[in-house]
Design a protein around this ligand. Structure first.
Ligand code: AMP
Length: 448
């Protein structure tokens, strides 16, 4: 493969690459460099771990002349605060020998400090969509000088419901700009955004979703229920030499908290949890501790973990089986990185069997099934979701059985609710709003 010496980049960037110890460009870096440098719009389909941050930053830094301009010229939008911190950190390493001002802004913390920082000026701003928009609305930040827009982890961003914020931001940007987008998966939503806002982009895809990474050994256990999964997990995690740095995935915040409480009883400070309901500081501390190997086990949800650069994970444990097979690919991709061996373990109940089959179909690989260790207790305890739904077959009020209401509706109750009509009727009748406290009502109506 080609080396960085064939890239037409400055000495300063070559020195930074040397310091980082990168020997050769990764595939996404080789393929995107000339496209981004040419100024064309680009869509990169690449997961975290492929070197995508450097893939867009290298040509952008190379093309960024020194300037004292206050307004940013490069805008990088990412879905989570953690990713802002991480990307800023990476850019600072890449631009170590350059005179480049990088600023990260994200929500969940006081905006005044960020306003002060923005006013001082920067060349590159890395932001979450909501906070970026608020800073623009508060007039602290102007986007009129942005010539390069990077949107990273677009699929996560759309998943989190940021579509409108992204579109609002597009509206605030100058028309003459280069758009660069990265997404781990191509979804209908992502495609729609590209169609609406990109101009004949070049698409570069480096990781076909569904390709299991060669250096990951995958196994699965068939487990009857949640609490038996906990027993099995505890049994595995007790082998602390082998399970040296473990990322445990669950699909939602509730299960994450439940699992964390159970594990904390046994492993105390060796375990931490992150999800979007945890405070910003707590999350940052948890990730730092995990990266410094102060905590050995990190429980996380899919969305929280995506995009985080966590190194040297020995084991990924899929506590539940994700319904979207792509999420399994993302999860296991957090281990076995940088040519190190990694292990992934999937815990599946009978109910989750279909999801497991979908994953196997996507990878075209059957995940080897391991025997439940004899010492693991099979729990009879069930979570609320696992408990059988109680049905009274002969109860006439049990509408599920009869398929329709117990008695016919009265005439007045048969009316269809067309939505909001009550408010409209009242307004028409009394010519004033039903709700109290609309102080501007009289003013508005005087003008008419
Ligand atoms: P990313 O996909 O941007 O999150 O990058 C994943 C990791 O790969 C980061 O820790 C980078 O420092 C590292 N990396 C990026 N480019 C290279 C390269 N050319 N050679 C070796 N490691 C790299």
């Amino acid at each position: 493969m080609e080396s960085f010496s064939t890239f037409n980049i400055s000495k300063q960037l070559h020195y930074a690459i040397e310091d980082l110890g990168y020997e050769k460009p990764t595939p996404i870096q080789s393929q995107s460099f000339s496209v981004i440098q040419s100024g064309k719009d680009m869509v990169g389909i690449a997961q975290t771990g492929t070197g995508k941050t450097f893939a867009y930053m290298l040509p952008l830094l190379q093309g960024l002349p020194f300037s004292k301009e206050i307004n940013p010229r490069i805008l990088v939008i990412v879905p989570t605060r953690e990713l802002v911190i991480q990307v800023v950190d990476e850019i600072e390493k890449f631009a170590k020998y350059m005179d480049v001002r990088v600023l990260g802004v994200y929500g969940g913390v006081n905006m005044n400090r960020q306003k002060e920082a923005v006013v001082l000026g920067c060349d590159i701003i890395v932001a979450t969509p909501g906070r970026l928009y608020d800073l623009v609305l508060s007039r602290a930040l102007q986007l009129k000088s942005v010539r390069k827009l990077v949107i990273d982890e677009v699929d996560v961003m759309l998943d989190l419901g940021f579509r409108f914020q992204i579109i609002n931001i597009f509206e605030l940007l100058p028309n003459r700009r280069q758009n660069i987008m990265f997404s781990a998966t191509m979804t209908d939503d992502v495609n729609e955004l590209i169609q609406d806002f990109f101009q004949a982009p070049t698409t570069i895809s480096v990781a076909v979703s569904g390709t299991p990474l060669d250096n990951i050994q995958q196994y699965c256990y068939s487990v009857p229920n949640f609490y038996t999964k906990i027993n099995l997990l505890v049994d595995l995690l007790q082998k602390d030499e082998e399970y040296s740095k473990v990322l445990v995935f669950v699909s939602n915040k509730r299960s994450a908290d439940l699992l964390f409480t159970e594990l904390e009883d046994i492993f105390t400070s060796e375990v931490a949890v992150i999800h979007s309901n945890k405070t910003q500081n707590y999350r940052i501390r948890s990730i730092e501790n995990f990266n410094n190997e102060e905590t050995r086990i990190l429980v996380t949800t899919d969305i929280m973990a995506r995009g985080l650069d966590l190194d040297q994970i020995s084991h990924v444990i899929n506590f539940d089986t994700p319904p979207f097979p792509e999420n399994y690919m993302h999860r296991i991709g957090r281990t076995g990185r940088a040519e190190k061996e990694g292990v992934s373990i999937l815990l599946s109940t009978e109910k989750e069997k279909g999801y497991k089959e979908a994953i196997e179909a996507l990878m075209e690989v059957k995940i080897p099934l391991l025997k439940m260790p004899l010492e693991v207790d099979i729990s009879k305890k069930l979570t609320c979701d696992e408990q059988p739904k109680h049905r009274e077959r002969n109860n006439p009020l049990n509408l599920e059985n009869s398929g329709k209401g117990f008695h016919e509706k009265k005439e007045k109750n048969k009316k269809e609710n067309l939505g909001g009509s009550y408010k409209r009727t009242i307004k028409k009748k009394y010519k004033k709003p039903k709700t109290k406290g609309d102080k501007n009502f009289n003013k508005r109506n005087k003008k008419k």
